[in-house]
Design a protein around this ligand. Sequence first.
Ligand code: ADP
Length: 439
Amino acid sequence: MRQLPNSQKLFTKVVIFLLPFFLIGTFFGVPAESLCLGFICLSVWHYHQLSLLINWLWTKRGAYPPASKGIWADVFDGIYQQQRKHRKKRNELSVLVRRFRLGAESLPDAALVFNDDRTLVWCNSLAQSMLGFKWPEDMGNRIDNFLRQPEFIHYLESKNYDKPFELTSPESEFIILECRIAPFEKDKWTLIARDITQIKQMEQMRKDFIANVSHELRTPLTVMRGYLELLTESDVPDPIIWKKAHTMMNEQTIRMGGLVNQLLTLTKLENKQYVLTQSKVNVARLLNIIVEEANTLSDNEHLITLNADSELFIRSSEEQIRSAFSNLIFNAVRYTPKGQSINVSWKKTEEGGAKFTCQDTGDGIPAEHLSRLTERFYRVNQARTRDSGGSGLGLSIVKHILANHDSDLEISSTLNVGSCFSFTIPARFIVKEVTVVDE
Ligand code: ADP
């Protein structure tokens, strides 16, 4: 480390510098004038060093200091050391800031920092897309100019941030954000907003599901309880009443059983417990059986035609694909007035796959319902379909089964003309050679 000059040494140096001037001046009889000249020389030298310093600091910033001697060498060296220290600290700090920003950018949430007066200090890119900020344009703007929901402003004012706040995104009314605010540093706060739309939807679906299942089970249970009460009131029940009660209770038990079975199937499909057993399915033969069952369901009151390619086999789970076909064909029977026709077909597509179509001439479905038909418990006409024995789970089951075959259910319908339910099984499920395996 450089030895710092003390004032005594400095004084000695000045005296040594001026001594020759004094001695020469005394020799010529002008000591005072000569001493003055010495001081002027000293001042000129200091002034020169000063201008070197100014030049170095303002024009050659960052370069090495100019070479100097004596006290000025100490000054240059001292300033140079300080500059290096500051530069190092500044670099360290900017690395830290960059890391902090990168960290905040990699967060899966929107993050922003704001002042006590609610002006924006900084925000990450998710805050820009989810909360509508623009960075850096909005720096210094108040965050409540963007997040204007009165309840949120009240939450901000309360300064009680123990519980998170649920905010509708200003960018889309369908996005729900959970906002948490925490102190950042003195007079500053950080706000973290997380997209909880999916969690909210799941929560709603769970609530709807419980409400729907309870509702579906309540109706048959109410019917059964009514008959049971009637039977306990009379010791010897009237045979006619008893017969009716027995038929009704039997029907309701079958209905509840069917509902529970469908729920179990759906749960298995959703949990992917149904692994596709790789057997060759003779679809034409299967469709013949289902059409026969459909004729029984319809009491032969519909005209059901089947046009199936008998050489078009698929690799699938017979149980699953049967469930998909029968749900669609039985629906066509149930929602088509008696005397009308239903056409079922199973054909090869140009791409080498197979297309199933079930076209009926029923009342048709209003367009606004089409996109929701595969939702669990969704029915177009609640009362009518419940009377027809439907649970509202059939198409939902079909959708899951088709997903296992990389396929989607396509629905088209025209009011008073009829509906068409179809799907295409991709070529990779088609069995090339014709081998009847399930005879
Ligand atoms: P459901 O057990 O009530 O029939 P689905 O999931 O099978 O339940 O069908 C959902 C709804 O779609 C039905 O309630 C009915 O309103 C409508 N739907 C299904 N298939 C047809 C069809 N072929 N024609 C008219 N409406 C239909």
